[in-house]
Each structure stands twice: as C-alpha cells, then as structure tokens.
Ligand binder design. Structure first.
Ligand SMILES: [Zn+2]
Length: 199
C-alpha cells in the first residue's frame, strides 16, 4: 500500500472532482502545484476564491461578470439589433472566443425540460421577453444546443418571439446532433452562425 502524505492526498481528491480530471491528472496537477513557488500557489488559491466572491450575473444578459452591466452589454462596438440566445455562460464564452459574433447575448441558464421539472419560468425566458419589448432587437439567433431539450427550447422561444415581429433564426449547421456549443471548435461555430436559418 502506497502512503501519500494526507495534505497531498486531499489536494488530489479535490482536483479529481473537477470535470474532465481523472485521478492520474489530479496527481500530476497536485505535484505540479507542490513544485511551484509559494507565490504561484497562493495566486492559484486567490484566483479560485476571487471567482466565487467577485463574479455575479449581469442584470441585462445574465452572463457571468465582475461588473454590472457586463462589458459586452456596455460595449459601444457591439451590434445591438442582433441578440444571440445561449443555454449557459460556457456557450457564450465559446462564441466570443470564435470571434464570429459581435452582437448581444442572452444566457438562459438551462433548457426547458418538463420531465426534470424545468419549465419556461425556471430559466431566463421572461427576462428575455422583457428585453425584447424595448424594440431595439431585430433578430434573435437561437443558439441552444442541438439536443432534444435544446431544440425544444428553441421551438418554444421561436413561438413566443415571432409574434413580436422579430426575425428568429436558428444555428445548427455543422454542430453534431446532441453536440455542445461549449465544446465546438471555432471554425465550426463560425460556420454555424453564418449558416443560421430563419425559423
Ligand atoms: Zn451583460
């Protein structure tokens, strides 16, 4: 039986709980942290605490932010007449990193899923409709994931948004069925946005 010092063991256990990190990677990371300087280790710990203490949701788009409104909602260089609806902040980050979209966003924080007890009232749909009342938005791009629930949520949104006289489009092209925008490469995301179709 190998004996690992308890503090190292604890760190490995905590790291292994992170998504995509197995026991082996967790051990590697723990040893890397051990080898790094005191200051580097402190900075890592401080960064983890800072995201928990400083990050809130933007009161306009519900993106994660340390300023309210967020820099995208405040940005003067963004197209305000196009609004892209995504499920989670990770999807927004992927689209931003692709550089393909320069409009506004709205983060739903989930998808409609009646069997899991998630109704339209449980995600940021009413907040989206309130935003659209302003009349500035001419096109809503539905960029929910091409999964059963993502598609059902897009259909629901299209039905409630179209009567407002706003063009509704859906991205899908290139993103595999059941796929996740967050983990889709930049080129595919660009193509998916360019190939959006009116619904
Ligand atoms: Zn915002």
């Amino acid at each position: 039986m190998t004996r690992v010092a308890e503090p190292i063991n604890q760190l490995i256990k905590k790291l292994a709980r992170l998504p995509g990190i197995g026991e082996k990677t967790a051990s590697r990371l723990a040893l890397h942290i051990l080898r790094s300087s005191q200051e580097e280790a402190r900075e890592l710990a401080r960064s983890i605490i800072a995201v928990k203490e400083k990050i809130t949701l933007c009161s306009i788009c519900y993106n994660l932010t340390d300023t309210d409104p967020c820099t995208i909602c405040e940005g003067g260089d963004r197209a305000r007449e196009v609004l892209c609806v995504v499920e989670e902040p990770g999807d927004l980050m992927a689209l931003e990193n692709s550089g393909a979209f320069r409009g506004m966003y709205h983060v739903l924080h989930g998808v409609i899923s009646p069997l899991d007890g998630v109704t339209p009232d449980d995600i940021k749909i009413q907040e989206l409709l309130n935003r659209l009342q302003g009349g500035q938005v001419k096109e809503v791009i539905l960029a929910t994931n091409p999964t059963t629930h993502g598609n059902a949520t897009a259909l629901y949104l299209s039905n409630v948004i179209k009567p407002l006289g706003i063009t509704v489009t859906r991205i899908a092209q290139g993103i595999p069925i059941g796929g996740d925008i967050e983990y889709t490469d930049e080129v595919t995301l660009k193509k998916a946005l360019e190939g959006r179709r009116q619904v």
